[in-house]
Each structure stands twice: as C-alpha cells, then as structure tokens.
Ligand binder design. Structure first.
Ligand SMILES: [Zn+2]
Length: 346
C-alpha cells in the first residue's frame, strides 16, 4: 500500500495518516446528504487531518450521491463521451452551443445542471441524437476534419457504412421496407443494380461485398444467407427489421427506421425502387442474364451449373458506366430508360 503523508499541526511534522470510512453529512445545491466518506487521522497522535486526496474523495462521494438522487449524469459517463464520439472537449462544447470550457469543467468534476445533464445523458445513450446534433451544428466546429472524424465515429456506432466500408445490409433493409413484398430473388437484383448504377453515377462502389454469378443471376451471398428464410412472408418483415436494427446497434427506441444514407445513395436506391423493384424477380433475372457482367463471369459454365464465381467489380462498374453513357442519363431517375429498353428486349 502506498504510504500517505500529510502535515499534522499537533505533531508539527509530516506524518503518516490512517484512513477510515465514516458516514458523513454534506450539503450540495441546497440539499443535505448522508454519504460514506473518508476520515484521515495522524498515525502518531490521532488528530484529524484533511489531506487533499481525502478532501477530493469526499467531495466526489458527495457529488456522486447528489448525481444519483437527481439523476445527474455520472462523471464516468461524462468522461466516456469524447472517446465514444471522437470529439474533443472544446469542440463538443461548441457543438452544443455551450461556453467553450463548459464540457471541460464537467470532465474535471464540476456538476452539470439538470438541464445540461439531460442533454449529456441523451448524447451518451443515443448515438442517433448525437448524429443529429453533429449534422445540425457542424458549422460551429472550427475545422471540417473535426466534423469528419466525429461523423465517422458516430456512423460506426450506428452501424452505418461509409465509403470504403459496406452498406449492403442497410441497403437491403431499406429496399425491403420500401418495396413491401420484395422476394429474395428480386432483392438480389435490386442490390446489384444499386451497386452498378451507384458506380455509374458516382464512380464509387457502395458495397464492398463481391457479387457471385449464380444460375439465377447476380447474388450477394451474405444477403442471400441472411434473408433466405424470410422468403415471401410479409409477416416476418417486422422481426427482420428488428434483427437488422439490433445488429446495426441502432437505437431500438426509434420506432421508424431512418435510412442512414447520403443524398447520393438515397437517390440511387429510390430510383431502383421506383424503376426496377416493380418487376418480379423472374423478370429481373432475365434482365441480368442478358447483361455482360453476369454472362462474362459465367463464361463457359453450363446454364444450370452451380457456381460461386465472382462477378468482378470492374466489370459491373464498366458495364453500368457504359449504360449511363449510352442512354445519356443525367440523373438517377433516368434508369427507367434502360429498364424500358430491357423490357422490349427480353
Ligand atoms: Zn499528529
């Protein structure tokens, strides 16, 4: 055990002291509390000492009981917030429209008011809420990189995939939600077109996952495995949504699934929903069977041959970029021109 010393007036010397737990009474913000604190006594003469560590401990203990009784956020949780959202203490104060030092003071043990505490508790518990604050108030931050860093952290907590990570689960959930009775077969095709057209318009892939050239067309195996058991049963869709929410670590208290997409991502998804998801999986399968990426990847395989050959992303990217060019597509809703043409061809 660490030897602790303090000055004893009685002994006129630095002495060792002995600490014991005692019930104490203290006042904070107009309330009196009984709490367990510490008492230090000189090891030589028994006089009561008040070393700084013991004072700090007692103040902390008093504050803790005040925090508990008034449902004020604990210091531990306050200290976790900056790390959780990858944001500095000052930027967080600015984001909240508080004095620049306010949050730093809370980190040093100052007691937040009930009102500020409620905000901090909500931030601590609801990444969604923090994400909203961050979006609404990002202008208050001094550098864009502060925003980017924090955005990345909160997205990770929300299970949102950003560029370079994968958004395929979120996309699948969104498609299922918006399309009602979409079948696993049609879902696969829709994801494939989302990937292709997103690339055509924005020169980036939305999903990291590789697509395989199965007998029935392009398939994302992870999604196939995850959702095959749900089949056509719309009754199961609610539980499916709950599962997806759970896996994404999303806040379950939010009744509505709010799509975690950028505007660019959403326009592609919505256009695919409008222009492609209205066709059956069988029709879409025939579309993909006439398209170069699937055909090239299948190569010399027999029609019914089971295969897990990957359709290279480059093929998908090139093909849909060419489609966009061929139809002079200006915005994602122009996908319908391609689909109309395909309907005439099959
Ligand atoms: Zn003494």
């Amino acid at each position: 055990m660490k030897e602790m010393k303090a000055f004893c007036e009685e002994c006129g010397n630095d002495v060792c002291y002995i600490v014991s737990e005692v019930q104490m009474e203290g006042e904070l913000r107009g309330e009196r509390y009984i709490y367990t604190g510490k008492k230090a006594r000189c090891a030589d003469c028994g006089a009561v000492l008040e070393p700084r560590e013991v004072k700090a401990y007692n103040l902390r203990a008093l504050q803790n009981i005040h925090r508990e009784k008034n449902r004020i956020i604990s210091l531990d949780k306050i200290l976790e917030i900056p790390g959780k959202y990858a944001i500095g203490k000052r930027p967080l104060s600015l984001l909240l429209g508080w004095g620049e030092q306010t949050f730093s003071r809370y980190c040093e043990g100052d007691l937040p008011t009930r009102q500020y505490s409620d905000i901090l508790i909500r931030i601590y518990e609801e990444p969604n809420y923090y994400a909203e604050l961050l979006e609404e108030n990002k202008d208050k931050l001094k550098t864009p990189s502060t925003y980017e860093k924090s955005r990345k952290a909160v997205d990770k907590l929300l299970g949102i995939a950003r560029k370079g990570e994968s958004g395929i689960d979120q996309a699948a959930v969104y498609l299922m939600e918006q399309c009602g009775d979409i079948t696993p077969l049609a879902l696969q095709k829709a994801l494939y077109y989302v990937q292709g057209f997103y690339y055509a318009f924005y020169q980036e892939f939305l999903f990291l996952e590789e697509c395989e050239a199965w007998v029935n067309g392009p398939v994302y195996r992870e999604i196939y495995t995850r959702y095959r058991e749900y089949c056509f049963d719309p009754m199961k869709r609610n539980s499916l949504k709950a599962d997806a929410d759970l896996e994404g670590g999303r806040d379950k208290k939010k009744a509505e699934f709010s799509p975690p997409f950028s505007s660019a991502e959403k326009t592609i998804l919505d256009s695919v929903i409008r222009n492609i998801c209205c066709y059956s999986g069988m029709v879409l399968e025939r579309f993909t069977h006439t398209e170069m990426p699937w055909l090239v990847s299948r190569g010399n395989l027999y029609t019914a041959a089971v295969s897990s050959r990957v359709i290279p992303k480059a093929l998908i990217g090139d093909y849909f970029s060419a489609v966009k060019q061929k139809y002079n597509m200006i915005n994602p809703n122009d996908i319908r021109m391609y689909i109309q043409d395909m309907l005439e061809q099959i």
